[in-house]
Design a protein around this ligand. Sequence first.
Ligand code: HEM
Length: 505
Amino acid sequence: MALYPIITIWLPLLLLFPLLLLMKKKKDARRQNKRLPPSPPKLPIIGNLHQIGELPHQSLWRLSQKYGPVMLLHLGGIPTVILSSAEAAREAIKVHDLDCCSRPIMASTRRLTYNYKDMAFGPYSEYWREIRKIGVLEVFSVKRVQSYRYIREEEVSSLINSISQSSTSATLVDLSEKLFALTASIIFRVAFGKSFRGSDLDNEKFQELVHGAEALLGSFDASEYFPYVGWIMDRLSGRRQRLERVSHELHSFFQQVIDFHLSPDRTEQEHEDIIDVLLRIEREQNDPDRFTKDNIKAVLLNIFLGGVDTGAITMIWAMAELVKNPRVMKKAQDEVRNFVGNRGKVTEEDTDQLPYLKMIVKETLRLHPPAPLLLPRDTMKHFKINGYDIYPKTLLQINAWAIARDPAYWKNPEEFSPERFIDGSIDYKGQHFELLPFGAGRRGCPGIYMGTSTVELALANLLYVFDWKLPYGMKGENIDMEESVGLSLATHKKTALNLVPVKMF
Ligand code: HEM
């Protein structure tokens, strides 16, 4: 037998063997030296999934009481680190922001965002930096948000008018429904330039689609949790089909509105809406493939997902807390009524002069952050938090809800007390890690100003124009403050808030 073929195969392997041995030794040494965060016991295959209940932020908070502020879970096959203290959050999204500012890759986010042409779900990349920059400068800038002031004021006026009708008959108003409709109308006009009222665009159908997309984006595909077999579960559960249907319908809807903007019959607009802005960016690009209609649709999806529910949820919780706390309600009403006098309505300029109202919004966001776990981050490098090793490709979740209720930072944390912000030293803009309703760092919410402008204006008018009474026989302490995740990306009040308005102006 010829020795030559044997030598050619085995000789390189023999030479490689010591090298492989050395590499294995090094890897073992690294493993032995690594200090992983504490973990609750896990089950085969599902890992810690069985320990996460209907309200994940609350389940994770309970686990963190036992396992500490830096905790490692295994959600199926996904290693996930949960941070539940301001110090740990600071280390991650300030000190190591660049190491963990990506987002996890998932089949459904990829499909809904045109292969990550959006801002919110896209992994960290040169393209993401570019789209985020465009967003911050062109869509979310103070100037742009201020240019939509007339939309917010008109929509808040029509909300007040519609509530006034119930007030004359002293009937209950479903404030939850009204406030969702308000934020939806505002975002619809800001993005599409026209109101869905009296137009051929069907807002209800569109809302249904956005919620369908939220339900898909707010949960993981089984194929991510369970490699090899998860895709079968996604098919059997109908998730795959839902994903295809929602993506297809959203795509057609956005295409229809973009076509309308490009139609030669469209008259010159006084105000640039967001589609106009994005179409202008498309025209100004040197590389025609860099920013296309798909990029526009992906950004539009972010604006609807980020802009509608978050604002409505915040206002609903604020009103629920105010009727539960008549002292705070009265103080806020005195502030706005004394400032505005008999002018009949509150304008955006007025809200800048209402410090107590702003404290109420902060306190609401502390107790009820609409995104209690922020959005998941994906780590890109090895780094340490509180001395624990965090490895690349780990999912990172910050429990902003737990941090904002931690007695280590907050006196009587469960109490709704806007006065705790009286000295103005703590804000929600991402510099104070004990209050993170908008996240922080590279991935922090770019829509803070857009969101709070609507919330402050609508609340100020609701408090100025009406006194609010509970349904007959109901007491403040009986208001249901239970949370629900439901079909939304965000956590909201489980039951609708029904109140009786009494018109004062
Ligand atoms: C009360 C109102 C709002 C709250 C509480 C809120 C909260 C958040 C949170 C927690 C995040 C994730 C931050 C992180 O991962 O660190 C986020 C991201 C984002 N929000 Fe908001 N948001 C609000 C309003 C808005 C509005 C009005 C818009 C747009 C119209 C918007 C658009 C976005 C986008 C595009 C992102 C993704 C940023 C990125 O990944 O680069 N948000 N928001």
